[in-house]
Structure formats: C-alpha cells, structure tokens
Design a protein around this ligand. Structure first.
Ligand SMILES: [Ca+2]
Length: 511
C-alpha cells in the first residue's frame, strides 16, 4: 500500500518491566503476542528511558527532559509553560488522540490527559493501586490490600475524577480493564478517515503483585530453580539472540539479592510466579487490542511500539507476609533478587541511572513499512518519540502553542530507522537525573553516580557511591570496569557538561 495515508500509532508502555522479561528479550515468561510483533518488526537493543515512572512519561509526552517540564522538586507533574505534548501535536495534525492506562503526570484539572490533548481518557491518575479493587471493600470480599492504611488512588474517566474508584464488576482487573477501554475507544474513533494515536501506558507489572489464579498456576513450576539460575539462563538466551555483546560479562548478583530472597520465605517462588502472570496477562490484553486493530482493517498501516518506563523494581514492600502474593487482600513487591533477574544482564534497578534502571526493550512493528524484522543497535531514548511522530504525521513541532513558547525537542527522529533507510545518528549526548542518581552518555562513554547516601523509594543506597564512575559502553555495558581513575580529564569534562545541562533545565522550567 502507498504511504499517502499517515500511520496510526499505538504506543504501549509497561510499568517497571525488566530488560529481559519478555520472551523475545531472553525471558521465560510467555509473551506470544509481543514476540510476534518482534518477529515481524524491529527490536532495539540500546534504547533508554528515565529511571522512574513520572519522569519517563513526562519525557515521552513532550520530547523534553523531565527536569525541563516538571515542577521543581516534584517530578510527578507536567507543567504547560514551555512544551507541547504528543497528543496536542498529533491533534494539530488531524489525529484522533486516545489514552487508556496510567497517567502519573499530575491530577489537577489543567494537568489531566483531556487538558493535554487527549480526546479520550480512562485510567489511573497516580502511580499504582490495587489491581482487583482500587477503592472501598465490596460485600463478600476482604479489605483490598493497600500500600498504606485507607490509601485509595484517584482514577479518571474523561474529566471526571473517580475517588474512591470501587468497580462494580466483580471480575474487574486493571490490565483487562485498560484493554477494554482501549478497544472501546478504537470502536468509537478508529474507523474514520483520520488516523488514530492510542497511548496505552499499562500499570503492570508494577506492584502490588496481583494476578488471576489461572495465570499464576501456569508459572509455579517455572521458578523453582530460583532467581540466580533464572538470571544465568536469561544471560545465555540474550547472548544467543544477539541482544547483548559477548564482551559484556554478567555482573555478580546484586548485594541485596540474597537477603531479599531469604525474606520471601515460603513465598519465594510464588512471588515471581505472580509477577510472571501479570506480564503474561499484559501480553494477552495486548493481543486483544491488536485483534481489534486487525478487525478494523488497520493492521498494515499501524505503527505499534512497546517499551517499559524503567527497569525492574527492587523495592521491598511486604505488607501482608501472612498471605501468599497475588490475591485482592495482599500487597507486596517482587523484591530485589527477582528484580535483579528481571534486569539481566544489567546492574541495579528502577531509581538508579545505571543500565538496570534505564535500559528498556523497544519493539517496533509496522507491517506496511518494516519488512523482515531484525535488531537495531542505535542508541535511542524515550525523548525520540515526539520528533518521530511529528515526522510520520507530517507536522512541524511549533515554536509556540496556545500562547506559550515551546522548547525545541531534545530527541531525534527514529523515522529513518523505522523505514529501514537510515540510523538515529551516532555520538549522542544524553542526560539523566533521579534523586541523587545522575548520568550522562557521550558517544560510547557514560558517567554515572548513585549519589549521596539516601533511601530512594525504599531502597537503601550505601555511602561510598557518590563519585562519578566512567564506563566504555561498547566494551562494558554491564558497568563492571570503572575507568574514572584512568581518564580523570574525561570525567571532569563530562561532569561539567552534566552541570551545564542541569543549569539549563532549571532555567527552561521557567518559574
Ligand atoms: Ca515505572
């Protein structure tokens, strides 16, 4: 078919999914729908996000660094002083703009999805909530598990706040419901002349660990080998698939892993079985959305992208140690040992700017254009989506929108790569910051620090990791050989660039 008609765009994002959790990225979880997309499409091996939910979403939506577009000291916001969102931009280009899932860029009226360019929205406004019942206890059921007592997160239907959101459907499950609403939006808006943009930021597999019993049952046997063995198997499979370089060794297990695994006690295997069941269900629900797009006759000219918003999460929250994980009344995380396996082969986790926190799978499928599949080794970043979609939609990013100036995008268009006619371009400079953790990539070099001693999102950071580390990402992407002492002048010049970047971001945020 010709390309006179611009593509529909389906952008799916998982939450806290590790680099190697999907089958097509070396994992043992069944993800046949995503594996099929990967087989007919492209898999990026060096794609980056920010290290946490909200900053990744802010960069994805605006093509700008989170530090430029969030309120100082509150990364869970997205202000409207200097940016245009992908939805606002694509709406200018005549797209239908739809979103179902987790927002996490602010709950105030002016920050909600329908105020930032989405015609349709249904989902969670904040970070996470009970998958079976985000609201009040229902008759005949136990009290839903919560992060803290009486805590209930705001949900939103178009511009109507649902708080508490207590589903009437006894079979409500968040992952299924997000897909149901996406399918409804496609039925309403996916058949006209205008192309659609559907943003599908799922909650899974972010904690709390909760899944359908029939999904959990299929994974119990799979994890009796334990986290360390699973990590070894994933490393071998990643090498086999060509997703990682054989020069990169597998780092020693994270120092938190042994004690984390021991703390899970009799639930050590069940915990990962529930996590896997959540990813499995995510894949099933994606299969349903893809089926709807096929039924609408839109499969060929729909660009589907799938990624995670950050690496696997090592937080240890075990509010219900007396219960097995998975049920409505339980509330717990998968813990550091399994998260270490999720992020194979990389070091560290969500909330860190080492590769385990910021490396994500990225699958791109577009049957009319991408032929033959394959791996993309170019360095890409979540900042790249806005310039990519602008190019595909044939619209310029304006320098002004609704009376405010719009900063020029920081990312690069992936369109030449998607069309298999070029590259993202080499020698990129990319920057990260989350809490005290910082990083910068310049060509093949990366400086990174864990920052000062702190407790970041429940994960203790030990003293002694404040200094910049320097790694050669071509030879050592697993960050095993710190070269800072061999190239002090490079560390000095890169850290000066980082400081200049941060100063510029503070000026850009303009308040
Ligand atoms: Ca996340």
């Amino acid at each position: 078919m010709g390309l006179s008609r611009r593509p529909n765009i389906l952008l799916i994002m998982a939450d806290d999914l590790g680099f190697s959790d999907l089958g097509c990225y070396g994992g043992e979880i069944d993800t046949p729908n995503l594996d099929r997309l990967a087989e007919q499409g492209l898999r990026f091996t060096r794609f980056y996000t920010n290290a946490k939910c909200s900053p990744s979403r802010a960069s994805l939506l605006t093509g700008l660094y989170a530090e430029q577009v969030t309120e100082k000291g509150d990364l869970h916001t997205l202000h409207a002083r200097n940016n245009i969102t992908i939805a606002e931009l694509l709406r200018l280009a005549g797209y239908r703009t739809l979103a179902a899932g987790k927002w996490h860029n602010g709950a105030e009226p002016e920050r909600r999805p329908v105020a930032r360019g989405f015609e349709r929205f249904w989902g969670l406004l904040s970070g996470c909530s009970n998958y079976f019942n985000p609201g009040e206890r229902r008759d005949g059921e136990p009290e839903p598990g919560r992060k803290s007592e009486d805590e209930m997160r705001p949900w939103c239907d178009q511009d109507t706040i649902l708080h508490p959101f207590t589903p009437t459907d006894p079979d409500f499950y968040t992952t299924d419901a997000i897909a149901d609403h996406a399918i409804r939006f496609l039925d309403e808006c996916g058949t006209g002349e205008a192309p659609f943009f559907l943003y599908l930021p799922h909650c899974a597999p972010h904690f709390p660990l909760q899944a359908w019993p029939q999904d959990i049952a299929r994974y119990r046997e799979r994890y009796t080998a334990g986290w360390a063995e699973i990590r070894q198997r994933r490393y071998a499979r990643l090498l086999e698939l060509g997703l990682i370089d054989s020069r990169w060794g597998l780092p020693a297990a994270d120092e938190r892993s042994e004690s984390s695994y021991a703390n899970l006690g009799e639930h050590a295997v069940e915990t990962m079985a529930v996590y896997a069941a959540m990813v499995d269900r995510l894949d099933q629900s994606i299969g349903r959305v893809l089926g709807k797009i096929r039924d609408l006759g839109q499969e060929d000219n729909t660009l589907v992208l799938f990624l995670s918003d950050n690496g696997g999460c090592a937080e240890e929250i075990h509010n219900t140690p007396h219960l097995p994980p998975g049920t409505i009344d339980s509330y717990q995380t998968v813990g550091a040992a399994w998260a270490n396996a999720s992020n194979t082969p990389f070091r560290l986790f969500k909330d860190f700017d080492h590769e385990g926190g910021i490396a994500t799978p990225l699958i791109a499928s577009w049957p009319a254009v991408i032929k033959g599949g394959g791996l993309v080794h170019d360095v890409g970043h979540i900042l790249d989506f806005l310039p990519t979609f602008a190019e595909l939609a044939g619209v310029e990013v304006p320098s002004e929108y609704e009376g405010r100036g719009v900063l020029a995008p920081e990312g690069r268009s992936l369109a030449p790569v998607l069309r298999q006619k070029g590259s993202v371009g080499g020698d990129r400079e990319l920057y990260w910051m989350i809490g005290g953790a910082r990083a910068m990539r310049q060509g093949k070099w990366k400086i990174v620090t864990q920052g000062p001693e702190r407790i970041q999102a429940g994960i203790p950071i030990q003293a002694g990791h404040e200094a910049w580390e320097l790694y050669d990402m071509e030879a050592d992407r697993c960050e095993l050989y710190n070269l800072a002492h061999r190239h002090p002048e490079r560390v000095e010049s890169m850290s000066e660039s980082w400081n200049a970047w941060y100063t510029r971001c503070l000026a850009d945020t303009g308040k």
